[in-house]
Design a protein around this ligand. Sequence first.
Ligand code: BES
Ligand code: MN
Ligand code: ZN
Length: 496
Amino acid sequence: MKVGFTKVSMPATGTLVVPVVAGRKLLATGTAVDKRMDGGLKRALRAGHFTGAAGQAVEVVAPSGLRASRVIAVGLGKPADITALTLEAAGGSIVGRLLRSGDSSVSFAVDPIKGCKLNAAMIAARLANGAVLGSYTFDAYRTKLKPEQKPTLKSVNIMVANQAAARKAYGPLAKVSEGVFFTRDLVTEPANVIYPKTLAREARKLAKLGVKVEVLGRARMEQLGMGALLGVAQGSAREPQLVVMRYDGGKRGQAPLAFVGKGVTFDTGGISIKPAQGMEDMKWDMGGSAVVIGLMKALAGRKAKCNVVGVVGLVENMPSGTAQRPGDVVTSMSGQTIEVINTDAEGRLVLADALWYTQKRFKPKLMIDLATLTGAMIVALGQEQAGVFASDDKLAEKLFYSGKNVGELVWRLPMSGEYDKLINSDIADMKNIGGRGAGSITAAQFLQRFTNGVPWAHLDIAGVTWSAKAKPTVPKGGTGFGVRLLDDFVAENHEK
Ligand code: BES
Ligand code: MN
Ligand code: ZN
């Protein structure tokens, strides 16, 4: 989607969008439009039960007195309650309804809103950002799209008095959305296209942005003693990869923040094989790694003032004659041994070595991992929020607030020595599953044993990586959940 900022005028083509606040109050441009329409806009709002509440919209097609193909009034609610998220939702929902409308451009009229915490430039930037986030499509494999199914909308024009200020506010947001789109693409691609080597190849593309990318193959991981990760990979014909991405935008020598992702490019369960029903969903079991890669793209793209490393463990979990068996004991890079009771609890085995490697090599200030780790997480929180587990209360709190800022909510679950005991093994240092209860927590306890005391948080994104229902800024499919959250976390806490 092309985004432009121009001065406020009456567009000669395409759709014109006029924001309206609670109480059905038109802003400056809305009033001018209504006048040209001979009061037709206000009549349409009344007829459409439109009060100006956030989320409402009324559309007038072929409005008389105007050259635009349609006018849409979009509600923003009470001025004092308008946030960045309100505006993004408005931008996203408008683009969602126009994407295949036949129109090729949409113009948003941005006027200052009395009593709103955001100035016109900020309003403009957030409308643009929402419009872009809501415009995401993935049609790479649809060769038979009918004309009416093809996206027609090509450009979003934000009309605002101070274009320079709006462009400046929008700049970093655009880079973050590029990261989100990269993540969504990677998650959506099927597992015959995205597997460890091809996912590593995608990560290598970040070199263009100044990210240093290193890829470790099986031989190097064997030297390092990564028996937990390699055990998962051994049933697959695809070679595992560990990708290390470094972006240094902060002070020289300053300890980096580390982000670690689970990248199981397909999870059959291995010998503890999953049922056929729904197994296709496991193409997105690399969602954590895709978030880390998209986040690196976002941070490098907007030139964040911080040192960051991203590490992703990429494997395919397959059953075969070479696959690991339930009951096998593997030795992780940390030296700790693991009894693999269930080969479907593979994500934690991959992360065990990725986390240990990350803290050992980079001595990071903190580590945050992301993983589609447990089905139990979906039982607990559904598709609405991700679970967060942390060794550090402050870190958990910061993630909670960043989640609120960007609309990617996370909820903390407990950890304790009692839960930790549940993964003790009779024949090794630990086993890879606990009992029947607290499945997401015992998984987190397992990960913590590989953090070596570094301040750490774990985001279990099993329920939020993929969405069956569309939201204004998050179309159906791969969500990119986590990129905006962690970008905000970095910006709010580590660049000041
Ligand atoms: N990738 C799955 C978790 C998952 C399930 C993510 C459904 C998204 C949707 C993970 O590797 C897994 O299989 N976990 C098992 C753990 C169990 C064997 C202890 C699970 O949740 O069933
Ligand atoms: Mn699994
Ligand atoms: Zn998995």
